[in-house]
Design a protein around this ligand. Structure first.
Ligand SMILES: [Zn+2]
Ligand SMILES: [Zn+2]
Length: 283
């Protein structure tokens, strides 16, 4: 793996982690803690609702400006263009925990967590063409393919100019790193046999992990998601809280979301079905 390591990605991770740690060394103020928590929530909700449930799975429909707004906030995290993100995620669904999966713990928990991101061999440059043709013609997303760090640079500049440069490590990089690792837990812990449990007999190793769901606004009900990939709601049993779904419901109440895809409750019973990407990339 060493010869395939993406040194630029490793340097980036080292930099943002060092900045996050330095944020802990600075004196805290209640207003900055509130801003850091708000950024953590915004990064999760925009990634979960925008990149995952909307773009990757079309779990609901919304106005284009809402879609662009969610994606733009998610891009502050610097996690690559939406086209590459969606292609990688659909490939995960098409090959879950089998040969070809991008980030299965079968290659090790650490590899599933973060190793695959710094491994140039984990993805294929042809993935967007294979899995993401529906987004390939979008001019904004094509622009983000080239300038994927522009939203993050703009956010750092805005935070520095508005709050002072000394506040940036705590307000920006600390929540960014917390968001990173809690998001990565969905790929690692939620596919590892030692964590959580399974509600549906899917053809993969996906797990429902309550503490990951609590940290990720509902994404940790990952076995439910693999059983019903297009469902907008991931918390499918009593006590399975899913704040991201409540966010989608709030959008719907404002007239900003519709055609919300049901889970087992809308399909005549709790039977799992294969991912729509198993045999086709069609939506
Ligand atoms: Zn998914
Ligand atoms: Zn998965």
């Amino acid at each position: 793996m060493r010869d395939r390591a993406n040194r630029a990605a490793i340097a980036y991770f080292a930099l943002v982690h060092a900045a996050a740690v330095s944020g802990l060394l600075l004196p805290m103020r209640a207003s900055l803690v509130a801003l850091a928590c708000a950024l953590y929530a915004a990064l999760h909700l925009s990634t979960i609702v925008g990149l995952h449930r909307l773009l990757s799975h079309r779990a609901f429909r919304c106005p284009r400006w809402v879609e662009y707004g969610l994606v733009s906030v998610a891009m502050i995290s610097g996690q690559g263009s939406p086209i590459a993100w969606v292609a990688t995620h659909r490939r995960h669904h098409a090959h879950t925990d089998r040969e070809g999966d991008v980030h299965s713990p079968r290659r090790g928990l650490w590899y599933a967590h973060i190793g695959w991101i710094v491994d140039e061999g984990s993805t294929d440059p042809r993935d967007p063409e294979r899995y993401c043709r529906d987004l390939a013609g979008d001019p904004y997303y094509r622009w983000l393919m080239r300038w994927r760090f522009a939203p993050q640079v703009a956010a750092v500049l805005l935070a520095g100019l508005a709050l002072g440069w000394g506040a940036v490590p705590f307000v920006f990089f600390l929540p960014l790193v917390c968001w990173m690792h809690t998001t990565y837990l969905v790929n690692s812990a939620c596919h590892a046999p030692r964590f959580g449990s399974r509600a549906f007999d899917t053809r993969d190793g996906s797990r429902n992990v309550g503490w990951v769901a609590a940290l990720t606004f509902g994404e940790g009900w990952h076995n439910n998601h693999h059983a019903f990939p297009r469902a907008a709601r991931y918390g499918m049993a009593p006590g399975q809280h899913d704040l991201a779904f409540l966010f989608i419901r709030a959008l719907a109440a404002l007239g900003l979301a519709w055609d919300i895809q049901p889970g087992p409750e809308g399909r005549g019973g709790a039977r799992p079905r294969p991912s729509p990407y198993d045999s086709s990339i069609g939506l």
